[in-house]
Structure formats: structure tokens, C-alpha cells
Design a protein around this ligand. Structure first.
Ligand code: MN3
Length: 198
């Protein structure tokens, strides 16, 4: 997340329909071209009058948000988080035609993997309202499952993000309606866990 002002919306690393039938193309178009684009535009608008921060990376803006002028802290947190979180979320999914997914490997691999998957799902279901579920590395170097509200990012708390699941309704409502659990199960089939965990 080394880009800095003016921020851009990187193209998806696969086609809009590449995650079908688990994540639908209409959701991906809306999520990438509208939701993420809005966060990018908002962040650029906020920073346009603050040239002293134009060389800060996305990661640095989130890490140091409490040191920014008070009047832009909340909007930078929300929008820099919205950009970072979505870029990470889109990058860690993989076309359904390729080998991917926690699901397949959970069947053939360890009880530990199944446990992590279940705990992660519980955490993602526990997010009230809009937010994200994460696997992070804490300050002691240990993996942990955490949840965040809105577009908050664990970097601000000194945690290193490894895996993100967007559980805002806009991530699944068109296909899965209010059934977040079904969406999570479908996401398990396209998440590219190997790359993120290594
Ligand atoms: Mn989203």
C-alpha cells in the first residue's frame, strides 16, 4: 500500500465475473467501480488542500492518522481505510476457475485449519453493522482474529493485516441478500489464502 496522493483505483486483478458463481459480477462492478472509487475520490478531495501530506503512503496515513489535523482525522481514517481495505480485499481473491479457497484445503488438511476457519467465520458473523474481519499479526508476532467497524484498519492499533473479509452489506446483498453466513461460505471458496499467509 505504497501509493500516495493523488490516489488511484487499481484495476481488479481478474475479470468482474471471475469469482462467479460465488461472488457475482454485478456486486464486483459496484464494489470496485463505485464503492472503492468513491473512497479514492474522497481521499483525494480531503488531501487536496494539505500538500504537506501528499508524500505519505496509504499505510502511513492510517498509521499516523492521530497526528493529522483534528479536522481531517475521521475522514482520512474512513477513506484511507476504505481504499486500503478494498484493495487488499480484492487482491486476495482468486478466480474460481483456479485452485483457491480455504474450503477445498480445509477438507484435505488439518484440524487446525478447520478451527481457524470456524473461528474466523464466527468473528465475521459477530460484526454488528458495517465492518471487516481480519487475521492480523500482533506486536508479539502472533496471529490473531480481530474485527473492526466501518473502514477502520488494524494498522492504526499496531497490528499487521494478513487477511481481510469485507462484511459490509454492499459486499454481498445483491446475491446473498441478508444471508451473511452464505456469503462467508462462498468467500471461503475464492479467497487466496496461501498468498496471504506466506
Ligand atoms: Mn466494501
Amino acid at each position: 500500500m505504497q501509493q500516495h496522493y493523488p490516489f488511484v483505483n487499481p484495476p481488479l486483478p481478474y475479470d468482474y465475473d471471475a469469482l462467479e458463481p460465488y461472488i457475482d459480477a454485478a456486486t464486483m462492478i459496484l464494489h470496485h467501480d463505485v464503492h472503492l472509487q468513491t473512497y479514492v475520490d474522497n481521499l483525494n478531495n480531503i488531501l487536496k488542500d494539505y500538500p504537506q501530506y501528499w508524500n505519505m503512503t496509504l499505510t502511513e496515513l492510517i498509521e499516523d492518522v492521530k497526528h493529522l489535523p483534528y479536522e481531517i482525522q475521521d475522514s482520512v481514517r474512513n477513506n484511507a481505510g476504505g481504499v486500503y481495505n478494498h484493495i487488499m480485499f480484492f487482491r486476495q481473491m482468486k478466480p474460481s476457475s483456479e485452485e483457491a479457497g480455504m474450503e477445498d484445503r480445509a477438507e484435505e488438511t488439518t484440524d487446525e485449519m478447520k478451527y481457524v476457519k470456524e473461528e474466523f467465520k464466527k468473528a465475521a458473523l459477530s460484526v454488528f453493522g458495517s465492518g471487516n474481519a481480519w487475521i492480523v499479526i500482533d506486536r508479539l508476532g502472533k496471529p490473531r482474529i480481530v474485527i473492526t467497524k466501518n473502514q477502520d484498519n488494524p494498522i492504526e492499533s499496531g497490528l499487521k493485516p494478513v487477511l481481510i473479509l469485507d462484511v459490509w452489506e454492499h459486499a454481498y446483498y445483491l446475491k446473498h441478500y441478508n444471508r451473511r453466513e452464505d456469503y462467508i461460505e462462498d468467500w471461503f471458496k475464492v479467497v487466496n489464502i496461501d498468498d496471504r499467509m506466506s
